[in-house]
Design a protein. Structure first.
Length: 134
């Protein structure tokens, strides 16, 4: 494992901690904020922004597993599925609390962010020039 992967993995773990804090923290004392951002509900924008980095950080942590393009694309697909599992777990966990609630639209915002980030990474993988024929 390269030093870059170790740093990426540490950042990924810190990011997951931040997501858990955002999803399960008590935020009763926050000031009132706008109910929408550019016409989208603020809560959904927050979910999108919160899950967008997931694919980038996770892929960067484990890209040493992907040598050829097809392996990189397979890893990207696995990262996307794992991200969906994390999003599902956060919503399921919120439904078990007395101070939060699960919302299918939150999951949709998470999934959209994961999908867009995964698509960007897949395009980068496919556009990357290699010396060997893959």
């Amino acid at each position: 494992m390269k030093k870059r992967n170790i740093i990426s993995f540490i950042l990924f773990l810190l990011y997951l901690g931040f997501v858990a804090w955002c999803c399960f923290g008590h935020f009763d004392s926050l000031p009132n904020i706008s109910r929408s951002i550019l016409g989208f509900p603020t809560d959904k924008v927050v979910h999108f922004v919160m899950f967008f980095p997931f694919a980038f950080l996770c892929f960067a942590s484990f890209d040493f597993l992907a040598g050829k393009k097809w392996k990189a694309l397979l890893l990207m697909a696995a990262v996307f599925v794992i991200g969906l599992l994390v999003a599902t777990a956060t919503e399921a966990g919120q439904s078990l609390t007395t101070y939060r609630s699960a919302d299918p639209l939150d999951f949709k915002a998470d999934a959209l962010a994961l999908g867009l980030a995964s698509l960007i990474i897949a395009v980068i993988i496919l556009a990357r020039k290699t010396k060997t024929n893959e």
